[in-house]
Design a protein around this ligand. Structure first.
Ligand SMILES: [Zn+2]
Length: 356
């Protein structure tokens, strides 16, 4: 995985239902390595590696969408009112730069306007500012001028953030690591397994609309009918001054989720993966997440059920303009899943699914 590709994946824009730019990159990369590419009708892209076609079907996902916004209204003075598409806490938004992408693909920079302290009352300062009162300034005189640029209700709005390598080169900053780093992992896993005779068929899926309720993975799973499901996503890195640092430190390996609000990680699949990590000395963190779910939720409940797990790379400050991940966690994620996929033959999958 090159830094150029990570930068590209982080900087392209794609909110729930607006994943085209990401899908195009995933198609381009899958085309270099997959035996086949297919799609479901909601827009998820599926790269297939045909190993033993009589073996189990393994589905791994990374969601292509990022949290963002859409144009809701344009004021007479040309300011953009917006609707959240995904989830944000209002306090991370003021004074941040955004990109508005029009239907024709034109891009305009704007800033979410904020008042300077000079004109804020003590009461204003004491409470969070509501998103419904915020607006985006794109630097025009009027609504007519905004419309003449091609901006319309429903247009995608995304955080505008440059990718950067930080002080220690293991740490990289960017927008949309949730979950473009999962998309990157899919590409890298396919690259490493290409040319190996895997005892299964691998379906690597860039899913749509995870941030609005794990929707894309649900229909992909009905199409693929997997025997095993793995969702690669991000975990909430809280190794920060105000955090407790428990179970989610950057650089200590991805989280293998035991429990989140959408899935109880399949016990026997989890134990197999943990034993592989122990054997290969791959770092991981065992975590219980009280809030939040991943695509594993949708995969696990599709068809007649799918043993599923979430693998979450620690990321600090997700669902904001700037999040930080650690490349060692990326490497550990890829290594553990490559090794797991190599071992998921018919006998192993039969055993962990039925014989306990
Ligand atoms: Zn995510």
């Amino acid at each position: 995985m090159t830094l150029e590709l990570l930068k590209e994946l982080s900087e392209i824009d794609g909110t729930p239902g607006f994943e085209k730019e990401v899908r195009d990159v995933m198609k381009r990369e899958f085309n270099k390595v997959a035996d086949e590419i297919t799609f479901d009708k909601l827009g998820s892209v599926i790269g297939i590696l045909n190993g033993d076609v009589s073996g189990p079907r393994i589905m791994i996902t990374g969601h292509m969408d990022e949290t963002g916004f859409m144009v809701n209204d344009i004021t007479n003075d040309g300011f953009i009112k917006f609707q959240v598409n995904g989830g944000f806490w209002s306090q991370v938004l003021l004074s941040q730069k955004v990109t508005i992408t029009t239907r024709e693909g034109k891009k305009y920079t704007g800033v979410i306007g904020s008042k300077p302290p000079h004109i804020l009352s003590p009461e204003d300062k004491s409470k969070p500012f509501d998103i419904k009162d915020m607006f985006i300034d794109i630097g025009v005189y009027s609504k007519e001028e905004a419309v003449s640029l091609g901006i319309r209700t429903g247009d995608m709005i995304t955080p505008k953030t440059d990718f950067e390598v930080l002080g220690n080169k293991d740490f990289v900053l960017g927008k949309a690591w949730d979950c473009r780093i999962g998309c990157a992992a899919l590409i890298e896993i396919m690259n490493r397994l290409k040319g190996t005779k895997i005892p299964n068929t691998l379906y690597a899926v860039g899913t749509v609309m995870e941030e609005v309720g794990c929707r894309g993975a649900q229909v992909s799973a009905y199409k693929i009918k997997p025997d095993i499901g793995i969702a690669i996503d991000v975990g909430i890195g809280n190794d920060i001054p105000s955090g407790d640092g428990l179970h989610c430190k950057l650089g200590e390996g991805p989280q293998i989720l035991i429990y989140d609000s959408g899935t109880v990680g399949h016990r026997y699949l989890r134990e197999l993966l943990e034993s592989i990590c122990d054997e290969k000395k791959i770092k991981y963190q065992s975590a219980i997440l009280k809030g939040g779910a991943t695509d594993a939720k949708s995969i696990s409940l599709a068809n007649d059920g799918t043993p599923s797990l979430s693998i979450c790379l620690p990321a600090r400050y997700i669902h904001s303009h700037t999040s930080i991940i650690n490349l060692k966690d990326f490497e550990a994620t890829v290594e553990m899943l490559v090794e797991l996929i190599k071992r998921l033959d018919s006998k192993t999958v039969q055993k962990l699914t039925y014989e306990y």
